[in-house]
Ligand binder design. Sequence first.
Ligand code: XBP
Ligand code: MG
Length: 233
Amino acid sequence: PLRALIFDVDGTLADTERDAHRVAFNRAFAAAGLPFSWDVPTYGHYLKVTGGKERLRAYLNAHPHLPQLSDADIVAIHRQKTDHYVEMINAGLLPLRPGVARLLDAAQAHGLLLAIATTTTPANVEALLRSTLGVEAAQRFHTIGAGDIVPRKKPAPDIYAYVLREMGLPATECLAIEDSANGLQSAQGAGLATIVTQTEYTAGQDFSAALRVLDHLGEVAAPAHVLQGNGSG
Ligand code: XBP
Ligand code: MG
């Protein structure tokens, strides 16, 4: 039987990358006096590296002419980035994706457990849940697996394996909801059937291992001719 839904956060609960994470990185870069920023396509390219600190390191490795940062510098800049991100989310600028709130409600009404498996920083998850679903929202999730709690981020299966262990459930009794090939690979590696809701950034990636690939979790609007009647009366 299905016992739990495990949600990714970025791209799945909300479309956070382009207008929130990316902008927060750029604000942190500017504040630190760094001579670069990430435009939309550049950020999309480096999204293949999960984890903000790991993403910045990968970008610097690919741009050896830029000032190279120590690990401690990256941690400090990333902390500033998290502050900018949380501030943006707290301002209520980012909605949940269509159908997410309804699915969470319906799952709980049917007695399913909810959980989260994400590479993003715990503070970011808490801010997003609070701003979109209210102050008590985090308590609706049995387990929130986030950030550096496992050493290997997605596409490694570790974060999903961690969440399954915390819930005490086998993968066969859970369903993962993801938006990216990295996330799908991670969930699949932990043995989970996975539904993918793709985003602007992830559309076109290899989702052949997914149970289903959807544009979103919202209901499909009836075509206009159905809503208006078919003309016969
Ligand atoms: C999300 C990520 C995160 C965010 C930024 O991937 O890779 O790194 O982009 O968050 P997924 P941090 O949706 O597969 O979990 O800067 O806090 O890492
Ligand atoms: Mg994602």
